[in-house]
Write a protein that binds this ligand. Structure first.
Ligand code: GDP
Length: 908
């Protein structure tokens, strides 16, 4: 207690201030106002006063509390099985309250009264039995009536008696164990002996009558219960099986709740019938727990909506025999988990159902529309097949409708070829010769494309670097290029990237025009180039084929016009058309984020006209065109078909190859952007599983003409040709093998891109992927398989084609070390000083020696050392010395690869 104002005290004890002030005054204390301070001593005085007033003597020290603490130890078994000792501390508190004399007296009286009462009860029971016997002997009043009448009479008498004896008081007897006060009426011993006797007799009669009435009521209640149970049992057995539950809400959640609540109610009532305790058919709304609440809210909902059951006694739910049927929308593919959600069922059930159809999938895998439709039907719902791109299709359709008459549009050309064959020089030459001098103030701008005006019309060139960009665009579904110009140096001939360019162009189905460059050089040998090209099935027109060839020199400018003419002729043949009217549609050529200007996006307009201020949707981002420049950096207001422009205004940089569309409704733009983002996610998931060899083979069966696309890289040309023949021989009437791309040397990023865009498997024979290729393959989820035995590669493809995959021998690369220095001695041969680049080098595992990512030797280590010590393994980042058994031709920068072969059971 502390000093406080009367008001505070009133607040803390929860009494009105006026009442407290009155009590303070009565206690003889000086405080009269609510703000007056009452000291702790005065508070004590007040408490003593109040105790006195309420009949409790200030007992002073009437209470002793004893505390005892004991500590002991106990041994318990821990989770690891060992015994553990823990300390146990037991604290006991014992409170002894000294009873005051008045209380003792009261307790004694209460005890005496209780004994009296027991005796009186006995007499009353005997009397009541006698009365019952008399009743049986022909009394006219029915038992119940008589009992009631007696009861009434006695109650009236008792009332009178109580009114006569105002001494009645209450004594609170404290029960130690529970501390709950038991209130018992006692009569103070001031009454006379006769009075007491009369009172006792009356009480005994009253009690006997109450007893008889209660017994009768209980019997009746039991009868009623039995009757209800009988009714209920017959109701359940006759329940109309076609009755459906009334679903108060169409949502799956509500349907679920109804089902659950019903099941709960059904189960509960069943249990109660068995136990015979269901005396009340209305369900208690006070049931605890989540389910209880659900039921409760369902009951309330039902009540609110006036969906009451017709029978008063009928319980609130009807059996949901017919389940809710949903219309499930399915795009071209759907992720299993999403499908389950749409049907409001557990993923595991969908997987089970797919398993029955022979499809082994995980919840994150996407399945085809047809299979999804079967699952949906099997689970009793309606499949609704929709196009993933519905929203976009609608937008495109609207844009198409708004377009006017089509006119011829300029061709879009991409220049491809081996490095150093003169792609850049040729592009520069064309640009310089055709762009009017001074128009751009020098050629500085690079927006990934430009257009030139020739006598016969405009030609647009894409100068996105490398083939990867071309394929990346294609893999995003964009066919930006109409014609590929394949540059081959007249003095060099067909090189690996030339072959690669041919593969890419073929895969895209784009016509090729060959430009034999560097014709000014003395060593130029165009016929050799043409010869080599024919081995790649590029047959020049002059040799009776269909590929136009121009002999040019980027340096002298010779043949450039001729090349441009050939492009125009090819374009005319292709009848390229577009309309200048309507909302612009195009493709992203490249995009970057500029510190000052934000996302800078190069777009090739393919149809319609793009204007400043247009709302542009590019890939998964959209925004208004704030500014637009042409390839010379000149600000322009609009751009028509086949014209490349650079725009500002998108919130983030889209990807090369993303489709661009002008939309006039921001809401629709957002809708499509969101849908694209979803699709991108789904595609990624799909690709991660689909690009694995076994899955490609497994999904082949669903295509009309199953074809296995292969990208193959080998160490030497001889193997490549041998594999070409062997794989071609594998083709049967049912399954074809198509080698989309092949070459000699390490697997590059470009191979990965090609494999990805053509859904091909990437096979390396005695070659490895370089770093960038490996990273890209990881990101895109492309499966690269390495082989060093020809028949293993062929067997794998063959087995996969026939759908039976034998246990797989898979190589895991454990570590790679790079040779930094080679020491030669006549005694030991060559020893290599190495740095471990990745993983761990093991002394006793098989190894390969790689030079430029091509396997040059296969075998084992002779020795592995750290300083002078022989060791069994060396980890990444540590130098070591090693010698390869039976191989002395080791060179600086060679890589030593340590691998392991494991047998993995195919899980198809
Ligand atoms: P890219 O790697 O294919 O883009 O090739 P570049 O355009 O960079 O050219 C590679 C090298 O070949 C450069 O040194 C050019 O100067 C040279 N080059 C390109 N075209 C010609 C040509 O027509 N004649 C001669 N003599 N050299 C050329």
């Amino acid at each position: 207690m502390t000093d406080k104002s009367i008001q505070e005290l009133a607040l803390s004890v929860g009494r009105p201030v006026e009442k407290l002030l009155e009590q303070v005054r009565d206690a003889g204390l000086p405080q009269r106002q609510a703000e007056d301070i009452i000291t702790t001593e005065q508070q004590d005085v007040l408490v003593s006063h109040l105790k006195k007033v309420h009949g409790q003597a200030d007992s002073g020290v009437g209470k002793i509390t004893l505390k005892r603490k004991t500590t002991s130890t106990a041994k318990v078994a821990s989770t690891s099985g060992k015994a553990k000792t823990i300390n146990v501390e037991v604290r006991k508190k014992h409170t002894f309250t000294k009873p005051n004399p008045e209380q003792i007296a009261a307790e004694a009286r209460a005890k005496a009264d209780a004994q009296e009462q027991a005796r009186a009860d006995m007499i009353a029971r005997q009397k009541a039995e006698q009365a019952a016997r008399q009743e049986n002997d022909g009394q006219k009043l029915s038992g119940e009536n008589k009992a009631n009448a007696t009861l009434e009479a006695m109650r009236a008498a008792a009332k009178q008696e109580t009114a006569k004896s105002p001494q009645k008081a209450e004594v609170v007897v404290k029960k130690r164990s529970t501390n709950k006060p038991i209130v018992k009426p006692v009569v103070k011993p001031t009454e006379t002996a006769e009075q007491r006797k009369a009172r006792e007799e009356q009480a005994a009669q009253l009690k006997a009558a109450e007893e008889a009435a209660r017994r009768k009521a209980a019997e009746e209640a039991q009868q009623r219960t039995l009757e209800q149970m009988r009714q209920m049992a017959s109701k359940y057995s006759n329940e109309d099986a076609t009755k459906t539950i009334r679903v108060v809400d169409d949502s799956p959640l509500a349907a679920g709740l109804v089902g659950q609540a019903y099941e709960d109610s059904f189960a509960k009532e069943d249990r109660e019938i068995k136990r015979g305790t269901n005396t009340n058919n209305t369900r208690s709304p006070k049931k605890g727990g989540r389910r209880g609440q659900e039921e409760q809210s369902f009951n309330q909902n039902q009540h609110k909506r006036g969906l009451k059951t017709s029978q008063a006694n009928k319980h609130g739910f009807e059996k949901p025999v017919k389940k809710q049927v949903y219309d499930v929308e399915i795009g071209s593919t759907i992720v299993v988990a999403d499908l389950a959600q749409k049907m409001a069922v557990k993923v595991r059930e969908v997987i089970k159902s797919l398993m029955k159809m022979g499809e082994l999938v995980t919840q994150n895998q996407a399945i085809d529309q047809e299979i999804a439709a079967l699952v949906v039907e099997e689970m009793g719902h309606n499949p609704v097949l929709v196009s993933d791109t519905q929203a976009e299709d609608n937008l495109l359709e609207a844009a198409e409708e708004a377009r006017g008459a089509q006119t011829t549009r300029p061709p879009v050309v991409t220049i491809m070829g081996h490095v150093d064959h003169g792609k850049t020089s040729l592009l520069d030459r064309i640009r310089r010769s055709k762009v009017a001098a001074g128009e751009a103030g020098g050629i500085t701008q690079h927006i990934g494309a430009y257009h030139v005006k020739t006598d016969k019309g405009i030609i647009t060139f894409l100068d996105t670097p490398g083939h990867a960009a071309f394929t990346a665009m294609r893999s995003r579904g964009a066919q930006a290029t109409d014609i590929v110009v394949l540059v081959v140096a007249a003095d060099d001939g067909v090189m690996p990237q030339t072959a690669e360019a041919i593969d890419h162009a073929r895969a895209a189905g784009t016509p090729i025009i060959v430009a034999i460059n560097k014709m000014d050089k003395e060593s130029a040998d165009p016929d050799r180039v043409l010869n080599e090209l024919t081995t790649k099935e590029i047959v020049p027109e002059q040799w009776g084929g269909d590929v136009p060839v121009a002999k040019v020199s980027a340096h002298s400018g010779e043949g450039i016009d001729e090349l441009l003419d050939l492009i125009q002729i090819q374009a005319e043949l292709m009848e390229l058309k577009a309309s200048e009217e309507g909302a612009a549609q195009g493709v992203v050529i490249e995009a970057r984020v500029d510190k000052g200007r934000g996302a800078v996006t190069s777009i090739l307009v393919q149809n319609g006209t793009l204007n400043v201020g247009d709302l542009v949707l590019a890939g998964a981002s959209y925004g208004r065109v704030r500014a637009m420049t042409d390839e010379n950096g000149k600000r322009i207001k609009s751009a028509g078909p086949s014209i490349p422009v650079e725009i500002l205004g998108l919130p983030e940089a889209p990807m090369a190859g993303d489709e661009v569309l002008v939309v006039n409704d921001e809401k629709k733009a957002r809708e499509v952007a969101d849908a694209r983002m979803d699709r991108e996610r789904q595609k990624r998931l799909e690709r991660q599983s689909a690009m694995r060899l076994e899955n490609i083979m497994a999904s082949m069966g669903k295509k009309d003409v199953p074809v296995v696309n292969v990208v193959l890289k080998t160490d030497v040309r001889g193997t490549l040709e041998a594999l070409h023949v062997a794989l071609a021989d594998l083709a049967t009437d049912e399954v074809k093998v198509r080698i989309i791309g092949s070459g000699v040397g390490a697997i590059t990023e470009s191979d990965v891109t090609l494999a990805e865009s053509s859904e091909a498997v990437l096979l390396g024979f005695n070659v490895r992927a370089d770093n960038t290729a490996r990273q890209k393959a990881d990101i895109d989820g492309i499966d690269i398989r390495y082989y060093s035995v020809i028949y293993q590669l062929i067997d794998d493809v063959k087995d996969a084609m026939s759908g039976k995959l034998a246990p797989e021998h898979r190589e895991t690369i454990l570590g790679v070390a790079q040779v930094r220095e080679v020491f030669r001695s006549s005694k030991f041969g060559a020893a290599a000083g190495c740095m471990v680049m990745e993983g761990t080098i093991y002394r006793n595992k098989p190894i390969r020696v790689l030079r430029d990512d091509v396997v040059v030797f296969q075998g084992e280590l002779e020795s592995l050392r750290r300083y002078k010590d022989d060791v069994n393994e060396v980890r990444a980042g540590i130098e070591c010395g090693l010698a390869v058994k039976g191989y002395n031709d080791i060179k600086e920068l060679d890589k030593i690869e340590v691998y392991d072969v494991q047998q993995i059971k195919r899980s198809l």
